[in-house]
Each structure stands twice: as C-alpha cells, then as structure tokens.
Design a protein around this ligand. Sequence first.
Ligand SMILES: [Zn+2]
Length: 150
Amino acid sequence: MLNIIGHKSIPTQSELITDTCAYCGTHHSVKVYVYQKYVFWFWIPFLPAGKTGISECDVCKKVLNEKEMTPNILSVYQRLKANARIPIWMFSGVFLFILILGYWKLKDREQKKNSVDLISASIIGDVLEVKNKEQQCTLTKIIDIKQDSI
Ligand SMILES: [Zn+2]
C-alpha cells in the first residue's frame, strides 16, 4: 500500500571507530551511523522529526541500537548526533506550504483591489452582479453613491 503520510530516515553522519567488536572480536570494524528522521506528506519531505542511530560491525554485521551501545560507542554516537545538521530539503513541505499561502494571500488581495476599483468606477444607474454564496448571485442597481458605500 502506498503511504501518503509517513516518516523515513536517512543517514546524515557516520564514523568508523577504533573499538573492538564485542561480538566477533574484530578490531577497528565498528561503524556508527546517525539517522535523521523526517515526516513526508504526499512523498514531499515536510518536517524533520528527530535523530536516531545505530552501530554496525563491518565483519559480523551485528547492529546495536542506542540502548545497546557500549559507553565508548555511545559517546562517539552522541558527538556525531550533536554535530549532525538537518538537511534543508527536509523543510520542503513547509516552504511549499508558505509559497501556496503567499500565492493565495496575493490573489485574495488582488481580488479585493479589483472589487474596490469596480466600486469606485461605478456610477448611478450601473447594474452589478453580486455573488452571495457559491451558487447564488443577485443583480444590484446602483441608485446612490456615498463616500464608503453604494
Ligand atoms: Zn563484529
């Protein structure tokens, strides 16, 4: 099934450390990864949603999550996590939302300006079509014009 809303993770930082793997005993084989999670909406990255991480041995492929890491691995992980920056593209949905909102605001302002121009250009005797609701409109004949009303 296709996910319209969900979250994903991508690796943003990694480092090969000098520790020995606690499971296979191989020296200099453990790599620490920091992942940045993000929320997507309609496949567009919307917002970052926290960081997570693992360590993996290149030889035995043993993966440790944050709670299983040894103190040495955990300290490397925490340093990498503190230095990991959030990629700017993870805010794409927010930027897109702001652009759409700005476009609507401009369009609304332009419509209001057109209405004001239409009203200020009106003269007594003009007939205007006024929309009340979606499917309703009325015809209005201008019989008097005052400073702020017709
Ligand atoms: Zn190993």
